[in-house]
Write a protein that binds this ligand. Structure first.
Ligand SMILES: CC(C)(COP(=O)(O)OP(=O)(O)OC[C@H]1O[C@@H](n2cnc3c(N)ncnc32)[C@H](O)[C@@H]1OP(=O)(O)O)[C@@H](O)C(=O)NCCC(=O)NCCS
Length: 154
């Protein structure tokens, strides 16, 4: 089941978030384990997050962030490590695109590292196309990594 998040999901989402991001998929330094998921620090409110839940347990999330009247950014997608490769990421992505259409957006985009092959495969299969590539934009653990922007018409 996929539903809109609520504040009670904070701790579970913060854990999934903390465990999901690593140099292969994020150019940002890691944060404190205790950082809340919602709030000003992360610019995230429950109304803009969809969560995947199975048997009462939160297993993943996707964030929607308004760019302008026509474009929404999928600003984060992560699935609990123990629940991966079971279609949850794909389900969250489809639900986010459906929600974006409902909210009246005509385009969705997202940022992804060239090194994140798993996510790139997921996005390409969903129909996203490469809009921009900045070669070697980041240097992560001594390696140059491309910064990609993908987009899809809704
Ligand atoms: C990317 C992520 C959200 C995918 O979630 P998931 O629930 O495991 O994905 P799904 O099971 O829905 O997989 C959908 C498709 O993605 C691709 N995929 C997923 N995991 C893969 C893997 N380990 N290797 C290769 N392809 C993979 C496949 O095409 C898969 O379809 P298939 O299983 O029919 O072959 C998850 O790996 C994750 O949380 N990664 C860390 C955070 C991250 O990188 N997020 C994206 C940032 S831009």
């Amino acid at each position: 089941m996929i539903r809109t998040a609520n504040v009670a999901d904070d701790a579970e989402l913060a854990r999934i978030d903390y465990e999901s991001w690593a140099p292969v998929n994020s150019p940002s330094p890691l944060w404190e384990r205790s950082r809340p998921f919602f709030g000003e620090q992360t610019r995230t409110s429950p109304a803009d997050v969809l969560v995947a839940q199975r048997t009462g347990i939160v297993l993943g999330y996707v964030k929607l962030r308004r760019i302008d009247d026509s474009t929404v950014r999928l600003a984060g997608l992560a699935v609990d490590r123990r629940a991966r490769r079971a279609g949850i990421g794909q389900g969250l992505l489809s639900a986010a695109l459906a929600e974006a259409r409902t909210r009246g957006y005509t385009r969705a985009d997202l940022k992804v590292l060239g090194s994140n092959h798993v996510a790139l495969e997921l996005y390409r299969r969903a129909g996203f196309v490469e809009l921009e590539r900045v070669p070697g934009r980041f240097v992560i653990e001594g390696r140059k990594v491309d910064d990609l922007t993908l987009a899809i018409a809704l």
